[in-house]
Design a protein around this ligand. Sequence first.
Ligand code: PLP
Length: 405
Amino acid sequence: MNYDNVDFGTYFKNYPDKEGFFGKYGGAYISEDLKKAMEEISEAYFTICKSSKFISELRRIRREFQGRPTPISHLERLSTKLGNVQLYVKREDLNHTGAHKLNHCMGEALLAKYMGKKKVIAETGAGQHGVALATAAAYFGLECDIYMGAVDIKKQAPNVARMKILGANVVEVTEGLATLKEAVDAAFKAYSREYKDCIYCIGSVLGPHPFPVMVRDFQSVVGIEAREQFIEMTGELPDAVVACVGGGSNAMGMFSGFLNDPVDIYGVEPLGKGTKLGDHAASLKYGTEGIMHGFNSIMLKDENGEPAPVYSVASGLDYPSSGPEHAFLQDLGRVKYDVISDDEAVDAFFTLSRLEGIIPAIESSHAVAYGMKLAKEMKRGSILINLSGRGDKDMDYIIEKYGIK
Ligand SMILES: *Cc1c(COP(=O)(O)O)cnc(C)c1O
């Protein structure tokens, strides 16, 4: 892998630039109204993120409410089974609410509080982002509107119940196909109406500037902790780091800790049922440059140039694009993006459960499956995998569809 053509010692200073560009990717392609709102968020964030009060409050919340730092676990039995390479996982499944998403939701909601906003709004597909944001809103005493397609509301009843118990207002969207895309449109529309009183909280390193950089900064706690813990545990750096990529927030959090190290970095996208358009959601691997949802990145397009339909067994990974910073890191050759199929992810889901007593989220199982493949190729060394979440939410579906393996 190439560590040399960009000075990663100054990377975070130079990228993104003031307009939110990572090379040609990123930016803010939005209406004038929304631009004003985003500029307000940018100004507040880039001021507040340097204030010791904000930093120490976020640190306290991480420790006392989220249960951070999350540990690293050595996968001894799995490593032995695969050969000589030692596998480790960063346990974001043990972060409060069971996944990494709360890392950026607590940051976004704390920012809302500092900005004097009364409400946070967002869209959700499978409901994971909605639950994390509803949790953050409850903690800070903010109102919370979550836009969700009518079809998803039916499919994701437990997460809808969680959001309601946490006091969020789940707004049903019935337009079009009544799924995630329509929910995004409805939430953006509501935001242009209400931006004086609320902020929009994006669920990954996506959307217009400043969200890709802000969400990455909030998630970087994962990589910072992991680097320190790994060195303390083993006396050295891992040889490789692996994370799954939907929008790319858990991956950017982990990767940001290792960009300036001689460590190979792998992002894993969902191959779903195969390479045909519509059967997967591997945008970085098979997509082309394009603008959607307010930013320029690599995306999967249909014959009209519109975002293509995507599929993965992991609903948290089925998005037709990825964060602009991932597109940039791929072009630089600093991160290698590869794919794992539904079947390989399901195998890893059962393998990690059986051999290690950890039931991983089906999203995270993609990273575990890739780590297992890599272990066989590498023959020696160590691999650190980001276990982005726990698999309780996936158990019923996997047993119904695949049986007990
Ligand atoms: C949402 C989710 C993902 C995908 O989101 P990223 O922004 O790509 O990290 C991955 N794993 C889990 C457990 C999730 O809930």
